[in-house]
Structure formats: C-alpha cells, structure tokens
Design a protein around this ligand. Structure first.
Ligand code: NAX
Length: 325
C-alpha cells in the first residue's frame, strides 16, 4: 500500500472535529485510494475526550485509516504532515473583549506557527478554521518563517456554500448549476457574498433571479448571520456543515475545482485594493494541487464599498495583533 498522507487536526475533541475526523478517515479529502494517518492535537485537559473519539474512529473500521497519534504537543502534531486542519482555538468567554480574544488566539497560532515551521513538509496544505480564522491564519504564516505562505489558507467555504444554497433555492436550480460566485474578505458578518460574475446554468445569476433588492437586503445579511441563526435554532454552533466546508476546501485544493471559482482566504498579493499580507477571501480556481487567484476582475462601486468594509475589519484585526507579526 502507498504511504499514508499524514494529516494534523487541531481541536480534535471539539464538535467540528466530531464530524471532520470521520470524513477524513473515510477518504473524503484525498480520495478512496489514499490511506491516511491522523495526528490529533488538543489541550492537555481534552486528551481523554480525544481518546474517546479515537475509540469511535477505530469502531468504524475505516480501511484507509492507517495510524492515529494523539498529542498535546504542537511539534509532535505537525511533524512530517502533508495537510493540517487548524480547527482548535480559544472561544470567546463572558466579559472578554474582542481585542483580548484576538490576542489569546494570536498567541496560540504563534506557537503553532513555529511548530508548523519546524516539522511540516514544505508542501503541506493548511486550512485555518478556528476563529478569527483569517487573522489566525495570518499569524500562523508570520510565525512559520520557512514555510510557504501560499500554503496557509483560511476557511471562507462555509459562507460560500451557505450562499450557494440560498441562490439555488431562489433561482430554482441545483447548487452545482451556479458558478463564478465568491465570498470576499473576512469570515465574519462583514464578509461580502458577491454575485456580480455568478451564473446559473451559464446565464447571469442576477438576471435569472431578477431581484436585486432580495440580493442586497436578504441574501447578503442571511449569509452573514447564518452562524447566529444556527446557534439560535440548534443551541450550538455549526459543526457538520463547517466540517463539510473544510473538506470541500481541501479536496478542491488537492484535486481541483473543475475550472469553477471557489472562495479561499489567502494571503493578499495587493490586488483588488486588499493590502498585501492580509488573509482575505478571494475567488480562486484550483488545479494540479495549487490554487490561482482569479485576476483582472472589474470592481464596481457597490462591490468596492462592500470590499472596503470587510478589508477595513481585517486591517483592524492585524493592527490589534501587530506585536506578534
Ligand atoms: P469546540 O469548542 O467544540 O472545540 C474546540 C476544541 O479546540 C476544543 O476541544 C478545545 O480544547 C480545542 N483547543 C482550544 N485551544 C487549543 C489549542 N491551543 N490547541 C489545540 N486545541 C485547542 O469548537 P468547534 O465548534 O469545534 O469550533 C472550532 C472553531 O471553529 C471555533 O473557533 C469556531 O469559532 C470556528 N468556526 C469557524 C468557522 C469558519 O467558517 N471559519 C465556522 C464554524 C466555526 O464556528
């Protein structure tokens, strides 16, 4: 059998991982012909819970799952990895200011960036899910000095997928009929779900739906507030859908996106007026194990206003954690 792909997953005892780990072990990222080994990181107090999850993984008898490591040491977790899902992060607790939350997470991702730098394969692909995902990914990249920054990405795919279904329902088409849609900016309520170039079965989506007021007043806020709506309905934050989005993001990056756009948080090259180095959601096309930014798009006044708003928030976050960059 071929060598397994070694995959680090942080926050392994958490609720997203309770779905994510089983999907990875089932071959949903690398495919049904590629064995995998999991390197699971969580805090010391969560080690027992991780062991419980691993017992359940064993009880699934996944043919592709060759090895599982459980650790509270980031260096052990990231050694020789081909991929990393950075899900674990510090949640906001009562009375905690946004700046404190940013700083607590910045410290976690500083330590993990150094460990990634020390042990991971240089072509490892990394997705940051743990919030604030974009800024955490930026800190990770800044502290993994010999690791290629383009291999560190942040997850916007859940927002992307959420919007696809809303559009498909409104347009009366299937989700895979929709192409060239993107969520720009920060994974936060300022994100910009942009249908400007989107098509449904090859026709402009805006014409198919024919209701700009719905797009601006319903779609954009619905997608932005979807996480809160899930918490209100379920009593817990998005988990299976977040895991699914992480799988989609990594699978497309590895296997390709068939020419379609997907939304990924990547380190800005300065295009579209997004300051260089910010980890911002942009449209990309994945092919041959790499992503390429979609370039040369014209940005209209409404797009500019929405983009500037989310980029301003990313700049503020960068400012708040500047000591660790
Ligand atoms: P949980 O609170 O269920 O699990 C988090 C796990 O991370 C816990 O087991 C905890 O012990 C662990 N952890 C904390 N600090 C750690 C560290 N330094 N090293 C390793 N593990 C650590 O959260 P869950 O619902 O699984 O969500 C995880 C993260 O995803 C949160 O930050 C959440 O806000 C974020 N999300 C991001 C989304 C995105 O689209 N980018 C969407 C879903 C989700 O809200």
């Amino acid at each position: 059998m071929t060598q397994p792909k070694r995959i680090a997953v942080t926050g392994a005892a958490g609720q997203i991982c309770y779905s994510l780990l089983f999907r990875i072990a089932n071959g949903d990222v690398y495919g049904k012909d590629t064995p995998v080994a999991l390197q699971l990181l969580d805090l010391p107090q969560a080690q027992k819970a991780v062991k419980g999850v691993v017992m359940e993984l064993e009880d699934c008898a996944f043919p592709l799952l060759q090895d599982v490591v459980i650790t509270d040491d980031p260096k052990a977790a990231f050694r020789d990895i081909d991929a990393g899902f950075f899900v674990g992060s510090r949640p906001r607790t009562q009375g905690m200011e946004r700046r404190d939350l940013l700083n607590a997470n910045a410290e976690i991702f500083r330590v993990q960036g150094e460990a990634l730098n020390e042990g991971a394969k240089r072509d490892a692909k990394v997705i940051v899910v743990g919030n604030p995902a974009n800024t955490n990914a930026m800190i990770l990249a800044a502290n993994a000095k010999d690791f290629p920054t383009e291999n560190i990405t942040a997850m916007l795919r859940l927002d992307h997928n959420r919007a696809l279904t809303q559009f498909a329902q409104k347009a009366g088409v299937s989700v895979d009929a929709i192409a060239k849609f993107v969520v720009w900016g920060n994974h936060s309520p300022t994100m910009f779900a942009d249908w400007t170039n989107a098509t449904a079965d090859g026709k402009p989506l805006a014409e198919v739906i024919g209701d700009e007021a719905w797009y601006k007043e319903t779609l954009i806020p619905t997608v932005a507030k979807r996480g809160t709506a899930i918490i209100e309905a379920r009593g817990a934050s998005s988990a299976a859908s977040a895991a699914n989005a992480a799988i989609d993001h990594m699978r497309d990056w590895i296997k390709g996106s068939d020419g379609d756009w997907v939304s990924m948080g990547v380190s800005s090259d300065g295009s579209y007026g997004i300051p260089e180095g910010l980890m911002a959601g942009v449209p990309v096309v994945c092919e041959g194990g790499a992503y390429k930014r979609v370039t040369g798009l014209e940005i209209g006044p409404f797009q500019r206003q929405m983009l500037d708003r989310t980029v301003a928030e990313l700049s503020e976050e960068r400012e708040a954690v500047s000591a660790l960059l």
